[in-house]
Write a protein that binds this ligand. Structure first.
Ligand SMILES: [Zn+2]
Length: 446
């Protein structure tokens, strides 16, 4: 999900307003009407792909299919999955003939595999993104124009003259940006002063950074800050991190899931339900594979964009895993957008064991081992796993044994794990400044 919006890309007020009004209604539609809405939007996407996108023209012709053969989501499986590799190889063949008139602009994901994907998003997709955030943040009490704070390193990295600053206030956006790469016990005192001065009621950040910030505030004995809601996105939020952030910042977190290519968005409502924004894009869940831990309820996510005409991604293999409930259930908030149980690690945030299993939830191990402030699981070879630990006060000798034992329970014994105690500043950050809990081997295709 884009962290630092380019404001000019979102300057289409009529489109944003129209979409905002639509999304305000669709979240309450009876389930059948919501599904009919999705099917209608899907048919628009398929027709456009068939008429304008060379990659899909070839695909339909090879399969002997016509868009008429796919009347809705139930028929989507007639088309194959679209992998990240295919997007890389297809390049402009995935671009619609009229992409320029849709306001197409190139974007790139900061893929941790070192092989970024280039893709195009158009004006309407930007308007959708704005309207989606407007609604999701609205669930947390935000009104358009409300002052908010954001923990980000992107903003400062892009502006070398501000690189050392702990924070920066942007009056035109009513946004206080806190420099996430400068978070430390010392600097968080300056950040806390800025938060007291500007008093934003909302805070946005990635879970690992929010967690880091909360730890630093706790160590600095700062406990007078509060927010109406904190919005987390960009990686898995663990129960431990949620509990700490909510306690230290006197708030509640509304977590979310999304990605730059914008096919799927999932967001938490005030009642805690993770709602699939099915009026934003289509989420399909592949049948559970035996190689995925967590049993039959953890499924691979497949996304289809309902709005981006410049480069329609249909059945895009996201490489992420979603945990579903054993039964269909309703949320007490009354929204009809479907519920999922949890978001698991991205495939790139997973460990591949020598016996071919994809372990997606190592992040839960610290919940069973006392004395861990931060942990990183780094796969250094096919059969090697380094566990880097920043100890907390209650870390003890037996924690090493417990950590190895719980890890082995998930990974099996063919993966040789070792524990290294490291200072906090030696945790590995990726290029965006993210501290990932799990770092898999590079150059793996999801
Ligand atoms: Zn709800």
């Amino acid at each position: 999900m884009s962290i630092d919006f380019r404001v000019r890309d979102f300057f289409s007020p009529t489109e944003i307003w129209t979409l905002h009004r639509t999304l305000e209604k669709t979240q309450w539609l009876p389930r059948e009407q919501l599904e009919a809405y999705q099917d209608r939007k899907l048919r628009e996407v398929l027709n456009l792909a068939y008429d304008q996108v060379p990659y899909y023209q070839e695909l339909f012709s090879r399969l002997g299919l016509h868009p008429e053969d796919i009347r809705g989501i139930a028929d989507l499986a007639k088309l194959p999955l679209l992998s990240k590799r295919t997007i890389r190889q297809s390049g402009e063949k995935l671009l619609a003939a009229r992409a320029r008139s849709f306001g197409a602009k190139p974007y790139k994901t900061s893929g941790t595999s070192g092989q970024p994907i280039r893709f195009y998003l158009d004006r309407r997709s930007n308007a959708l993104e704005f309207a989606y955030y407007w609604r999701y943040w609205g669930w947390g009490g935000y009104r358009l124009g409300s002052r908010f704070a954001e923990l980000s390193s992107h903003y400062f990295l892009a502006r070398p003259e501000l690189a050392e600053r702990a924070y920066y206030f942007q009056p035109h956006l009513n946004r206080l940006v806190l420099n996430s790469s400068q978070v430390s016990v010392k600097n968080c005192k300056r950040m806390a002063s800025a938060l007291r001065k500007y008093h934003p009621r909302f805070l946005k950040g990635m879970p690992s950074i929010l967690n880091f910030f909360a730890h630093s505030l706790k160590e600095a004995k700062i406990d007078d800050l509060s927010f109406k809601s904190v919005f987390s996105t960009g990686e898995v939020l663990t129960d431990l991190a949620r509990a700490l952030v909510e306690k230290v910042l006197n708030t509640r977190i509304l977590d979310s899931y999304g990605h730059m290519e914008r096919t799927v968005a999932i967001a938490q409502c005030p009642q805690g339900g993770y709602h699939v924004n099915s009026d934003y894009g289509i989420l399909e869940l592949e049948e559970a594979s035996e190689t995925t831990d967590g049993g039959a309820r953890v499924r691979k996510a497949i996304g289809t964009s309902l709005y981006n005409r410049a480069m329609p991604l249909i059945r895009y293999d996201l490489g992420d895993h979603i945990e579903v409930f054993p039964d269909e259930r309703d949320c007490p908030c009354g929204r009809t957008l479907p519920l999922i149980k949890a978001i698991h690690g991205r495939c790139e945030d997973s460990i591949l064991t020598p016996d071919g299993r994809c372990i997606t939830s190592l992040f839960i191990v610290p919940e069973f081992v006392p004395g861990i402030q931060f942990v990183q699981f780094v796969q250094t070879a096919q059969d090697r796993l380094q566990i880097r630990v920043v100890p907390a006060e209650d870390w003890e000798e037996s924690s090493v044994t417990a950590l190895l034992e719980y890890t082995r329970r998930m990974t099996g014994s063919k993966l040789h794990a070792s524990v290294d105690v490291v200072p906090r500043q030696e945790l590995i950050r990726d290029r965006s400044g993210k501290i990932r809990c799990v770092i898999g081997l590079p150059d793996r295709e999801p």
